[in-house]
Design a binder for this molecule. Structure first.
Ligand SMILES: COc1ccc(Cn2ccc3ccc(-c4cc(N)[nH]n4)cc32)cc1
Length: 246
């Protein structure tokens, strides 16, 4: 997979050089290219913003630099990428969307700042390629770079061979399967006792059936407590009489 990011803060994307994504890049599983939007400005101040038509607070990112940048990026690769535009007003970024994006050969992220990008840029490229406006949550950030870090990590970990243990994402919360739409339950490791706190006996029993049932029970309880909305939207058939008794 190729990932391009166009930003006025290239240094914000440094975390893509470390850990899971950094290792995937080093192994050649990910081709990540970070571009400074200002290289496509032509004035001495490298201007990327201007006042909004119609008035209002803040500034809007000018279309010309983005147009030159995206033309250059799209011309530098084969085929058509999916352009992902982080925005508070986008569709929710979900595990399902992460899975879909992980199947694409090329993603181009356009994290903006100020009050966002001139709408005509979205329209221009929406006429040419698949453009997705995506929100990572119902809270307001100052720009799109943090959402890019979140989305890249969520997508990269789904790529074959990127996660060390292939099973690691198969049991994910929100992934299809018996734990679908349930939150993660509690996890434990050595030592067996820490500050007078011990491990639930069932986890030491070696009885895989009981352990699986206990883990699902814990996940169900945590979901009921922290995300009852996930229970309500789930298929009732997904829960047996034991769950319903909780
Ligand atoms: C209310 O309208 C606003 C418009 C823009 C902004 C600042 N800003 C500029 C670019 C940009 C990209 C993404 C996000 C963002 C995404 C999520 N989930 N929260 N915030 C915020 C962004 C604040 C508010």
């Amino acid at each position: 997979m190729r990932l391009d990011v166009v930003t006025i803060f290239p240094e914000y994307l440094e975390p893509l050089n470390v850990s899971l994504v950094g290792k995937a890049r080093a192994r050649g599983q990910l081709d990540v290219r970070i571009h400074d939007l200002r290289q496509w400005t032509h004035d001495k101040h490298h201007t990327v913003d201007d006042t909004p038509y119609g008035g209002g607070p803040g500034m809007v990112m000018k279309p010309e630099p983005w147009g030159e940048a995206l033309d250059a990026v799209l011309a530098s690769g084969e085929g058509a990428p999916v352009i992902v535009v982080p925005t508070p007003s986008g569709v929710p970024f979900t595990q399902q969307l992460a899975v879909e994006l992980s199947t694409k050969p090329w993603l181009v992220f356009t994290p903006a700042r100020y009050e966002g990008i001139d709408r005509r840029v979205i329209e221009e490229y929406g006429d040419r390629v698949d453009v997705r406006e995506v929100s990572i949550g119902d809270y307001v950030l100052a720009g799109g770079e943090a959402p890019v870090l979140v989305m890249v990590e969520a997508v990269a970990r789904l790529l074959p061979g990127v996660l060390g243990n292939a099973a690691s994402h198969q049991d994910d919360s929100f992934a299809p399967g018996p734990m679908a739409d349930l939150l993660e339950g509690p996890v434990y490791t050595k030592p067996p006792e820490w500050r007078d706190r011990t491990i639930p006996e069932v986890l030491l029993s070696g009885h895989h059936g009981k352990i699986a049932r206990w883990r699902r029970d814990q996940a169900f309880r945590r979901t009921v407590r922290n995300r009852p909305d996930l229970i309500e939207r789930a298929d009732p058939a997904a829960f047996d009489k034991h769950d319903r008794a909780i």
